[in-house]
Unconditional design. Structure first.
Length: 509
């Protein structure tokens, strides 16, 4: 089938929805011709070009994580003959499943084999009727690719209508390696500030980012996360899956509460950083007779910041959120891949365990944490300090936030990359290992310190060299095979401790 014939057919076909083929499709996809490609495109290639039948391919994730770009890029990889059998359907909220069904029948009748449906979850009856795509069209040989931002809607469909008849690719998590390789942006600090979307693009993607300021960040949370969850719950089982959130939905408060839960997690994160600063005396100098007055003054400021955090959190809590609401919303945030949990274990109290919640879009967390800190420092008491002290405290707070986030990023990416290993943080009565990677098969482990520094000092690895801590660790988790410090400096060795550059480490995963 040549292109001219395709174009003649396109003019004669009476589509019910926005179906794009031929030259219009070529124009649509050409914008991505010079874009670099995400690694996950390989899963899409396997589906398109391999002999995979009776399944649809689901491409889903939060807004601005590259879904539509992946579709355009894979269409460009089609041969000329296959391109003439490809169609792109831009679904809108006005479209119905019956109209899509009519267009698919028309496309199938006219020899189209590859059909890409973008934003398919916008249809009100998608979740209930999703089996149409696999049972009718994929089973007859068509390659059906469904894309959308309502990740929760796809999760519901997988459990119900598309059970065992779909391949799912989630685009929400963008590791540092892809942030650098695809977007052409370098450095852990840039990833902390803006990581999480494919929108800050150097030479490859859009020039703007949703995390460049707090207003844009809150808009992103509202549209990409809160309304995503609410829309999916509304469409699934005719609204019968709201569970404990139904009362909030009926009062029109659900979107605000979801926003509040996301903000609360980042508020707790910021508070934990301030508490660690206080515990470690990181705002002041080492306590000695000369500096003790200065130390006490800064310690009062830090304590004041902690108190202000509690007051600010209480003032912003305009809607009461029960533990049940919080738990259910966090379940949905986990399904959206926005949050992941990392184990926090303790020695010698082996029965004590807890979780660290990591936000997979670091730019989102940093924007909210930065806004919280800047808001705190507008307090009258803080303004009484001279400009040098104010600047010093602000810089230290933001530096500690970036340092804690760097720890979380390393933990998360290591956990996701080493699925056969047990990756966790280990707490002792005094001190901690920032990361332990245990191999349950060989009964061995590697221990890590993660430091937001470019310098090397012996103090950085005192815990991973502590004989008592190492003995407890070996007894509990197996032989210690290596000790590392991950930091922002160059790769090096110091007293048999391997120093790893954080960007190199993340790219190696």
């Amino acid at each position: 089938m040549n292109l001219n014939r395709t174009l003649r057919k396109e003019k004669n076909l009476d589509f019910k929805t926005k179906v794009i083929v031929g030259n219009r499709l070529k124009s649509l996809v050409s914008i991505t011709r010079n874009y670099k490609k995400r690694e996950c495109i390989q899963m899409l290639r396997d589906y398109i070009f391999e002999d995979i039948a009776d399944k649809v391919f689901i491409l889903y994730g939060l807004r601005r994580t590259g879904k539509t770009t992946l579709i355009r890029q894979i269409i460009l990889e089609l041969s000329d003959s296959d391109f003439n059998k490809a169609a792109f359907i831009q679904v809108t909220s006005r479209d119905s499943l019956s109209e899509i069904d009519e267009d698919l029948r028309l496309l199938e009748k006219n020899g189209y084999k590859y059909v890409f449906l973008d934003e398919v979850t916008l249809m009100e009856d998608f979740i209930e009727g999703a089996s149409l795509f696999s049972d009718i069209y994929a089973s007859s040989g068509m390659k059906i690719i469904l894309s959308g931002t309502d990740s929760l809607g796809f999760a519901f469909s997988k459990e119900e209508q598309l059970y065992d008849r779909c391949i799912m690719l989630h685009t929400t998590f963008i590791p540092y390696r892809e942030f650098e390789n695809v977007l052409g942006i370098y450095g852990i600090d840039e990833y902390i500030r803006y990581g999480g979307t494919m929108s800050l693009g150097g030479i490859n993607y859009n020039a703007s980012t949703p995390f460049s300021n707090i207003k844009d960040t809150e808009e992103y949370i509202n549209t990409s996360i809160a309304k995503n969850i609410q829309h999916s719950l509304k469409m699934y089982q005719y609204g019968g899956h709201f569970r404990q959130l139904l009362d909030l939905y009926e009062k029109g408060e659900l979107t605000n509460v979801i926003n509040r839960v996301v903000e609360d997690m980042n508020h707790r994160f910021t508070k934990s950083v301030v508490e660690r600063i206080t515990a470690n005396n990181l705002l002041g100098d080492r306590v000695d007779p000369i500096n003790i007055r200065k130390h006490m003054e800064l310690d009062k400021v830090t304590l004041g910041i902690k108190n202000m955090l509690d007051i600010l959190n209480k003032e912003e809590q305009s809607i009461d959120i029960s533990d049940v609401h919080m738990t259910q919303i966090k379940e949905y945030l986990a399904i959206l891949d926005l949050i992941k949990e990392i184990d926090l274990e303790y020695l010698p109290e082996v029965n004590q365990k807890s979780k660290i919640i990591v936000v997979t879009q670091p730019g989102l967390r940093y924007a909210q944490a930065e806004a919280i800190v800047e808001n705190l420092l507008l307090d009258e008491k803080f303004q009484e300090l001279d400009i040098q002290k104010r600047t010093r405290i602000l810089e230290r707070l933001l530096s500690e936030i970036r340092g804690r986030m760097m720890e979380d990023i390393v933990l998360l990416e290591t956990k996701l990359a080493k699925k056969d290993k047990h990756v966790f943080k280990l707490q002792f009565p005094i001190g901690e290992y920032d990361m332990v990677v245990q191999d349950p098969k060989t009964l061995s482990c590697e221990i890590y310190e993660i430091k937001y520094s470019k310098e090397r000092t012996r103090e950085q690895y005192r815990h991973i060299n502590d004989e008592e801590k190492c003995a407890m660790t070996t007894h509990r988790y197996g032989t210690i095979t290596a000790r590392y410090v991950i930091y922002r400096g160059e790769n090096a060795e110091m007293d048999t401790i391997q120093y790893l550059n954080v960007e190199d480490y993340l790219k190696s995963l």
